[in-house]
Ligand binder design. Sequence first.
Ligand SMILES: [Zn+2]
Length: 204
Amino acid sequence: MTPAELHAQVLAAADAEGRLPLPPVTSWQTFPFETAGLRVVPLAPPELPEPPRTGEGGPACAACAGTDRDVVWSDERWRLSRFGKPTGAPVVLLLETREHYDLPGLPDRLAAEFGVLTVHIARAIEGLPHVARAHVSRWGDGHAHMHVFFFARPAGFPQLRGTCMAIWDEILPAAPASQRDADAAAVAGALAESYGGAVASTGG
Ligand SMILES: [Zn+2]
């Protein structure tokens, strides 16, 4: 199906304003919003070629040019960072390659390391006593440089389970920076112990 055919299919299923009906996710226990007044945004026509991502023929690659200021763990080929500002999840971490690759372009050696690293990072995050799950997300639509998010989902809140946690992360009050940093340090320490690499001393 071409982009134009997909858009035509959407319009055929939409109402006079181009709006599709609310999807089943809006009735899930985990959906963060009440449905009264909620409407689906009309899907805009296709835009081709797509706007370039950073680090892909457009703006320079921020990941390649960036500092190690928020890095909490690294080895020769990978780095794990926290975010400058805490968010609603207890801790959110970002795994990146040191060299410029996108996920589909990872050499097999790095792909194998990525698999093992992902398991070790998830294990370390789920080892935090107040965390039930490590959610792993690769989107890659904004930045071309390989990066994968790890969201820590707080224990004891069934409403925060699943894909909506990425939205709840923006809704919940930000975790105290001291607790976030302690969680990130605990994950980095566990990773260095179980996988290798080194804990980084972040700039604070
Ligand atoms: Zn890059």
